[in-house]
Ligand binder design. Sequence first.
Ligand code: SF4
Ligand code: FES
Length: 262
Amino acid sequence: MRLRVQRFEPGRDTSPRYQVYELEDPPGQTVLGALFEVQDRQDGSIAFRYSCRGAVCGSCAMLINKVPRLACKTQVSDVMEGATSNLQTFGTIDQDVEDWDPETEILVEPLPNFPVIRDLVVDMTRFWNALEEVEPWMVPAEDPPEGLERPMEHGDVVKLERLVGCILCALCSGSCPIVHDEPDFLGPAALAKARRFYEDPRDVRRDGILEMLYTEEGFEGCDLIYNCVKVCPRNVAPGGAIRKLKKDAAKLPALERGRNGI
Ligand code: SF4
Ligand code: FES
């Protein structure tokens, strides 16, 4: 098995290049495992980000065979067996890589839509800033009596579970053509997070959240392409959350109907 890895260090390199590493292919190997193999035995200079190795921390998002995926959750054998992507393509995802043979090599590139710090490590500042923009915290009506918590109905908890499961890996942002084209678009994860608080019965903002994000930078900017839904490793379905925000906003008399006609 061979890994073809994009290498780039801004300030030192003028443009990205690809380096090929030959590896044994033990059963059960993940792409992250293969990168460790390279780093430990062949080339200690290769840079990538990881932490949990168990699809929990969201650190190892990268582009693997032109699909944004978690390297620790992606089996080498699955990639080699050639699962094809059904994403709407753009930017790096759409670019041919000279000499790459998809039959024999796994192509590993940095997550699209973020500036490269080095090799497979990207600068996530835009992602974190977008998250902060949606004010992802609960605004309760009033503090509960001392010593008590704010109870929720079981049904409400179940309804929120999908949205709460986001691990902030940014695969959705890396797969989104609108994030690629519109530098101010907040992106799928931040908008799904806004939906999480919109649906929380303890949060008093409700329509205030819709009003705050009824902009081209917010949910109005989304064209419902659903790449984000296809790549999300936690089944958060951010595109579905955005569709619901559009739908609820359309019911508010003070707001004009969304441009997607929902
Ligand atoms: S919505 Fe899914 S893809 Fe996006 S950051 Fe959260 S877990 Fe990752
Ligand atoms: S290393 Fe934590 S999600 Fe992959």
